[in-house]
Design a protein around this ligand. Structure first.
Ligand code: IMP
Ligand code: MG
Length: 180
């Protein structure tokens, strides 16, 4: 069993890269079916966690689109703090535009709700949510997640962009906290 040390904790292999890439391709196919050149949506990548997912997903997108970024922060260690800070604002005007949010993970849903508020205030015409990982057992919000690549139980994971206190984002596979 492959085990890695990230900062001060041990993690074990959970989702291999091949499985992640396959799930992303399926998600991209769904998005390709739902949008066309005329929509010309803005993909909004939520930094830092979704950088790797964004790169992989965008390579499969066939219709005309633009890219924007935003950076929010809510986590400290392995716990969500509940307060969302806007570390870097929207890099593009979304007024009257269709937006597809690209998230690394939707856990409690607090971050996604804060994002929806930001986009509503910025005058986005339509917002869809796309996430690589979802933890349905800890989701507390009503907002519909339009595109979910992979559902997981309520465990803490790292890799493929996801961090533990900013460490471990570079791994191509996803690892889960090893309790023993
Ligand atoms: P939420 O606001 O509780 O939905 O949390 C969303 C954010 O928390 C994500 O964008 C991640 O940055 C972080 N997060 C949630 N679960 C995990 C995890 O298992 N590993 C790493 N980061 C996580
Ligand atoms: Mg994070």
């Amino acid at each position: 069993m492959e085990r890695i040390k990230v900062h001060d904790k041990y993690f074990k292999i959970f989702i291999p890269n091949s499985q992640i890439e396959e799930a992303i391709k399926k998600t991209a196919e769904k998005i390709n079916n739902d949008f066309s050149d005329e929509d010309c949506p803005i993909f909004l990548s939520v930094l830092t966690g979704s950088f790797m997912f964004t790169a992989s997903l965008m390579k499969e997108i066939k219709f005309e689109c633009e890219m924007a970024f935003i950076k929010l922060s809510s986590y400290s260690g392995t716990q969500s703090t509940g307060t969302i800070k806007q570390v870097m604002g929207l890099t593009k005007d979304v007024k009257g535009r269709k937006v597809i949010i690209i998230e690394d993970i939707v856990d409690t849903g607090k971050t996604i709700m804060a994002l929806l508020k930001i986009l509503e205030n910025a005058g986005a015409a339509d917002v869809k949510i796309c996430t690589l990982i979802h933890k349905p057992d800890s989701y507390k919000e009503k907002a519909k997640l339009d595109y979910v690549a992979i559902n997981i139980p309520n465990d803490f994971i790292v890799g493929y962009g996801l961090d533990y206190d900013e460490y471990g984002r570079q791994y191509k596979d996803i690892y889960v906290l090893d309790q023993d």
